[in-house]
Ligand binder design. Structure first.
Ligand code: AP5
Length: 219
C-alpha cells in the first residue's frame, strides 16, 4: 500500500504517518525530516535547502524530486523492500504530484489513497507553537497537548527536545500561506485522478484521528 498524507503545517501528518508506519510496516518518507537532517549535517543539500526552509518557503521542485527519486529507487529496488510507502509532506506542488505519478509508474507501483488531514487554522497555530521534537530519535511532543514526562526531555531516548527553527509565528504564517497557494490545490488534482481522496477530521485526539484514518482506509 502506498499513501500520500496531505494537510496543512501542524495538521498531524508526521504524527499519523509514524503511527501508520508502525502499525502497517510501511516506510514513511518525510521530505521535511530528510531536509532537516541534511541541514543539521550541513550537507550540500542542506545548505541549498536551508534559506527556503528558514523563510517558510518551499524548497525548489528539482531538489525535492532528486531526493525522492534517490530514496525510492534505493528502497524499492532493494531485496528487502517494504510493503509500501507513506509520503509525508510530499508532493506539495503540482509538478511534484505529476512527477510522483511518473516515478511510481516507472517502479511499477500504485498510489492507493491520498489521506487529507483536515484541521482548522486556529488549532494548527496552537499545535505548531507547542511542538517540541527529539533530534535524536524523531519523537514529537506538544507542550500543551501531549507533553513529555520530564519537561524538555524525550521520553523515548532521554535526549534534550528542540523547537523547530521554522515554528516561530511569522514563519508559520508564511508556511500556511504557501500551503493554501501551492499545496491545497493538489486535493482537486487527486479528486480528478483515479486515486481515492480520503478526508479525515484531524481536529480530534491523536488516537481518534488515527482510528478515523484506519476506518477510511478500510472502506
Ligand atoms: P515539513 O516538515 O513537511 O512541515 P509541514 O508540512 O509544515 O508540517 P509539520 O511538520 O509542521 O506538521 P505535521 O502535519 O507533520 O504535524 P505534526 O504531526 O508534527 O516541511 C518543513 C519545510 O521543509 C517546508 O516549509 C519546506 O520549506 C520544506 N519542504 C518539506 N517538504 C517539501 C516538499 N515536498 N517540497 C518543497 N519543500 C518542502 O504535529 C504538529 C504538533 O501537533 C505536534 O506537536 C504534535 O504532537 C501535535 N499533534 C499532532 N496531532 C495532534 C492531535 N490530533 N491532537 C493534539 N495534538 C496533535
Amino acid at each position: 500500500m502506498n499513501l500520500v498524507l496531505l494537510g496543512a503545517p501542524g495538521a498531524g501528518k508526521g504524527t499519523q504517518g509514524a503511527l501508520l508506519s508502525k502499525a502497517r510496516g510501511l516506510h514513511r518518507i518525510s521530505t521535511g525530516d530528510l531536509l532537516r537532517n541534511a541541514v543539521r549535517n550541513r550537507s550540500p543539500l542542506g545548505e541549498e535547502a536551508r534559506p527556503y526552509m528558514e523563510a517558510g518557503d518551499l524548497v525548489p521542485d528539482e531538489i525535492i524530486l532528486g531526493l525522492i527519486r534517490e530514496v525510492l529507487s534505493d528502497e524499492a529496488g532493494s531485496g528487502d523492500a517494504p510493503p509500501g510507502f507513506i509520503f509525508d509532506g510530499f508532493p506539495r506542488t503540482l509538478p511534484q504530484a505529476q512527477e510522483l505519478d511518473d516515478i511510481l509508474r516507472e517502479l511499477g507501483l500504485d498510489l492507493h489513497a491520498v489521506v487529507v488531514i483536515d484541521v482548522p487554522e486556529n488549532l494548527l497555530v496552537q499545535r505548531i507553537s507547542g511542538r517540541r521534537s527529539c533530534p535524536a530519535c524523531g519523537a514529537v511532543y506538544n507542550v500543551y497537548l501531549d507533553p513529555p514526562e520530564r519537561e524538555g526531555v524525550c521520553d523515548a531516548c532521554g535526549s534534550p527536545l528542540e523547537q523547530r527553527a521554522d515554528d516561530d509565528a511569522e514563519t508559520v504564517r508564511r508556511r500556511l500561506e504557501v500551503y493554501r497557494k501551492d499545496t491545497q490545490p493538489l486535493i482537486e488534482y487527486y479528486e480528478n485522478s483515479a486515486t481515492p481522496v480520503l478526508t479525515v477530521d484531524g481536529a480530534r485526539s491523536v488516537d481518534e484521528v488515527y482510528r478515523g484514518v484506519e476506518e477510511a482506509l478500510g472502506r
